[in-house]
Write a protein that binds this ligand. Structure first.
Ligand code: HPA
Length: 275
């Protein structure tokens, strides 16, 4: 059997020794949504460190655990803390948690992140619905022997972000008076922020926001048949668009400021997800 798949099944076994909870929606909490767990009726928490072979995040503000619980009636699993490629893990490990949540039972993946605004009409603190992505600056998570049990060798990527879920998010934002931008998210590897020239290049390519996560996760989720949606919190304008240099602290502070709207939109959307 494919070694990646064997590892995945071992992780699943470990989860099942701890809980028989079956989530329908998987939610990845990015910067700023770190304390989102407050909005969940928690049933069980599983630190990543308890799952042998599971990649454990090393970034401040990304302490890692799965939170199992309900948002209204919808059974969810949340990732409090994700793993980034720049931490040095192979990209197959970066997407392992996504595949694992699919095997637990989740058919929908809700991705969130903090991102730099590339579109010059964006402001720090805006929320952006992800309509599509640019993956060519990050390693493709499907490189290597295909895991046939999960999906096909050459998966279609023409509609990664589910149209109905996008519609639902837009509707919920309108109902609750939450301003929502829309656009294209590009993943670069990081960990350095981009140069101003790179941001100009991304803008020419049609990117609206840039970050260091999300796209590899969306590709792996699409490959294994999950419906995907995503929202970025624009935590800063990207390099060269502001006179001051970028810092991780600034990104976290701006993401924290936008958190109340962000949480509301995520909660209200999940409540209405048909699973
Ligand atoms: N660039 C890349 N990743 C980011 C940024 C940025 O400006 N802001 C938050 N994550």
């Amino acid at each position: 059997m494919n070694q990646e798949y064997e590892k995945l099944l071992r992780c699943l076994d470990r989860v099942r020794q701890k809980t028989d909870f079956i989530p329908r929606v998987a939610l990845v909490l990015g910067s700023g949504l770190g304390d989102y767990a407050q909005d969940i009726q928690i049933e069980y928490e599983l630190p990543y460190g308890d799952i042998a072979g599971f990649p454990v995040s090393t970034v401040p503000g990304h302490a890692g655990k799965f939170i199992f619980g309900r948002i209204d009636q919808v059974p969810v699993v949340c990732m409090k803390g994700r793993v980034h490629y720049y931490e040095g893990y192979p990209v197959s490990d970066v997407v392992l948690p996504i595949r694992l949540m699919k095997l637990m039972g989740a058919g929908i993946l809700f991705l969130t992140n903090a991102a730099g605004g590339v579109n010059s009409s964006f402001h720090a603190g805006d929320l952006m619905l992800i309509r599509d992505h640019i993956s060519v600056f990050a390693p493709n998570p499907l490189i290597g022997e295909n895991i046939e049990e999960l999906g096909t060798r050459f998966p279609d990527m023409s509609a990664v972000y589910d149209g109905e879920l996008q519609h639902l998010i837009r509707r919920k934002a309108a109902e609750h008076g939450i301003f929502l931008q829309q656009g294209i998210y590009a993943q670069l590897t990081g960990p350095s922020f981009e140069s101003p020239a790179e941001i100009r290049m991304l803008r020419l390519l049609g990117c609206d926001a840039v970050g260091m996560s999300t796209v590899v996760e969306a590709i792996a989720a699409n490959h294994c048949g999950m419906r995907v949606c995503g929202i970025s919190c624009i935590s800063n304008l990207a390099a060269g668009m502001n006179p001051s240099p970028l810092s991780h602290k600034e990104v976290q502070e701006a993401a924290d400021m936008a958190a109340p709207h962000f949480k509301k939109l995520v909660t209200e959307t999940i409540k209405d997800m048909k699973v």
